[in-house]
Design a protein around this ligand. Structure first.
Ligand code: IPE
Ligand code: IPE
Ligand code: MG
Length: 241
């Protein structure tokens, strides 16, 4: 982390969102720009994750959710998909001891189905190891899609024989992958695109969005400070006055 005054003393605690979600985009372009293969961008992106998790935790964020692989990312060349899963499996092995030592609770949203067994096992290990931790909740959206999340909830609702008149927004939320996670207050997307790409569709109904052209491997502490400052100035009305 950067020398000098810590970020925690520079930001106002009331401008720190309770739940930050991030669409980590731009790894490929970051690599291409430096004449590197795309996979090197994913390596750099994974490293940057570790930094961002630490900064968010230090700032007092309670929930951090990151979008690591979408249900649509299977459309990419097999080699890139395999490379991504290998990097994620390594990331979990490398990061888990630190996450655990930092009292961080690791979780997964999305479907484990079709993911390599090694990745599934390592993920489950990290989740199991950190399940009683009481610090920041760190959720990795892996093989996640907002539409798939909603359809999955509908299927379980039907299996549970829930009657139409019993279905409320509150009940429905409890059937989503994010059941006991509050809705994101702030959704950050790096990499210049201004779209959700199927991330937290239901949950993001009243989230504040922040889009930045910065590519994910270059998204750093200084920018987090800026984002929180801007977030602190937003006026969240939730439909009211
Ligand atoms: C984000 O970076 C990582 C994933 C989607 C898995 P990209 O791989 O989408 O990078 P760009 O958008 O091509 O630069
Ligand atoms: C969004 O990035 C998904 C993740 C960051 C995991 P993409 O690169 O897949 O999004 P599109 O294809 O540009 O919408
Ligand atoms: Mg992209």
């Amino acid at each position: 982390l950067k020398e000098g005054t810590p970020i925690t003393s520079r930001i106002q605690s009331d401008s720190v969102p309770r739940h930050v979600a991030i669409i980590m985009d731009g790894n490929g372009r970051w690599a291409t720009k430096q004449g590197l293969p795309r996979i090197m961008g994913h390596h750099a992106g994974a490293n940057n994750c570790r930094l961002v998790v630490q900064v968010m935790k230090d700032c007092g964020v309670h929930y951090l959710t990151i979008y690591a692989f979408s249900t649509e990312n299977w459309k990419r060349p097999t080699l890139e998909v395999k490379g991504l899963f290998r990097i994620m499996a390594q990331f979990i092995v490398d990061a888990t001891p630190t996450l655990h030592a930092e009292n961080i609770k690791v979780r997964h949203i999305g479907s484990m189905e079709n993911l390599p067994k090694v990745l599934q096992n390592r993920f489950r290990y990290a989740v199991e190891l950190t399940r009683d931790n009481t610090g920041m909740n760190f959720t990795i959206a892996l093989n996640y899609g907002g539409r798939a999340d909603i359809l999955n909830a509908v299927r379980i609702l039907l299996q549970d024989n829930i009657k139409p008149e019993e279905i409320t927004e509150e009940l429905f939320s409890r059937y989503l992958y994010t059941a006991d996670i509050p809705d994101p207050d702030l959704i950050i997307r790096t990499g210049a695109e201004m779209r959700t790409s199927n991330f937290l569709l239901w949950q993001g109904a009243y989230s504040e969005y922040y889009f930045t052209p910065t590519l994910w491997p270059a998204f750093n502490e200084a920018e987090i400070e800026k984002v929180f400052e801007i977030y602190g100035q937003r006026n969240r009305r939730f439909g009211g006055l």
